[in-house]
Every structure is written in C-alpha cells, then in structure tokens.
Design a protein around this ligand. Structure first.
Ligand code: GDP
Ligand code: MG
Length: 192
C-alpha cells in the first residue's frame, strides 16, 4: 500500500430507505445543503448527493442515495442497493405503519446486499469488509404532540436488529448531521 501524503481516498455509498413520506429526501437535503422543503414532492432526477467529512485528517466522501419515489410502488431495485456499505432505515415517529414496515425494509436490504457483489470504493485499505453500517432513524421527532411510536420501541427494535438508533428532525435539524456522521464513521472504522 502507498504511504503517499494525502494518498488515501474514501468514497462510501450509503442508501436511505423507508416508506414514502417519512422524510428521506428532506433528511438528505438537510444534511447535504441545509435545506428543508415543507411541500416536497416525490424526488425527481437527483440520484445521490456527495458529502465530505474529515476523519483522522483524511477526507471521507459519502455518496448518499435517495429513492426517486419508487418506494411508493415497493419497486426499489437491487441496483439501488448495489455497493452500499451504509444504510439509514427511516420511519416517521408520528405514523406507526411506517415503523411496522421497518422489518420489511431490513429484509430487502439484507437480501439485496448479500446477493450482489459488494464493491467498496476504498484505495489503500488493508482489506474490504462486507459489514454494512446500518442506522434506524425515527424522523419527525419535532411532532412530539402526535407521537405514535415511543423512543423505547425504536431503541429496542434497533437493539434487536443490531442497528444504531437515533431520532431526528429534518424540519428543525435535530440529530441529522449526527445520524449521517455516525454511519460514515462506522463504515470508516469497518474498512480502515
Ligand atoms: P420521503 O418521501 O421519505 O422522501 O419524504 P419527504 O422528505 O418528501 O417528506 C415528506 C413530507 O414530510 C414533506 O411534507 C416534508 O416536509 C415532511 N417532513 C420531512 N421531514 C420532516 C420532519 O422532520 N418533521 C416534520 N414535521 N415534517 C417533515
Ligand atoms: Mg423522497
């Protein structure tokens, strides 16, 4: 491996999944551009956004994929998951049905990931690992007054499935940066 100064480059693919209207697109726009859209329509066009952070003095880039509304038709294809080394599985704390769907999303994620070749875009890493960093995200925690899923339920599902857990609000920015950065750090730890 090369010891060139600044020679290390990390690019990780991360996917965001979960039922329609849980706030996937707004979590991404809040993280990547600090934008929120109250009347966002189904995502059009944009496939992913790339966001950089520094870890151990190295530039680590996350290529974060958002569904283009296919989740509405339960038609997220394996191409969407291919090569992903991180995932955010999102539900809406004010709609229990979206929490009930988490298991199905997890199954789909696991099936897709382990049935396609894992591509880890890492140069100079000692080994590439097939571990996928996953976080369960309870979004819209600003809607405390109409909460339908308790923090404890979210936590215990995450624990049972071996996922990180965080409640977020794309609306008021609570924990958004933190959620993405925990996943990115975990991927980095997995491969470095
Ligand atoms: P997606 O279908 O999962 O991509 O969800 P969107 O990001 O398009 O959001 C669906 C709706 O929920 C939009 O009206 C957003 O404004 C709203 N929304 C997204 N995140 C939040 C949040 O954290 N809090 C609240 N109150 N509304 C949100
Ligand atoms: Mg969307």
């Amino acid at each position: 491996s090369s010891d060139e100064e600044g020679g290390e480059e990390y690019l990780f693919k991360i996917v965001i999944i979960g039922d329609s209207a849980v706030g996937k697109s707004n979590l991404l726009s809040r993280y990547a551009r600090n934008e929120f859209n109250l009347h966002s329509k189904a995502t059009i066009g944009v496939e992913f956004q790339t966001q950089s952070m520094e870890i151990d003095g190295k530039e680590v880039k996350a290529q974060i994929w958002d569904t283009a509304g296919q989740e509405r038709f339960r038609a997220v294809t394996s191409a969407y998951y291919r090569g992903a080394v991180g995932a955010l599985i999102v539900y809406d704390i004010s709609r229990r049905t979206t929490f009930d769907s988490v298991g199905r999303w997890l199954d789909e994620l696991k099936i897709s990931m382990f049935s396609s070749p894992i591509i880890v875009y890492v140069e100079h890493s000692a080994h590439s690992d097939t571990t996928v960093a996953m976080m369960l995200v309870g979004n819209k925690c600003d809607l405390e007054n109409i909460r339908d899923v308790s923090v404890e339920e979210g936590k215990s599902l995450a624990e049972a499935e071996g996922l990180f857990f965080m409640e977020t609000s794309a609306l008021d920015s609570t924990n958004v940066k933190k959620a993405f950065e925990i996943v990115i750090r975990e991927i980095y730890n997995n491969v470095s």
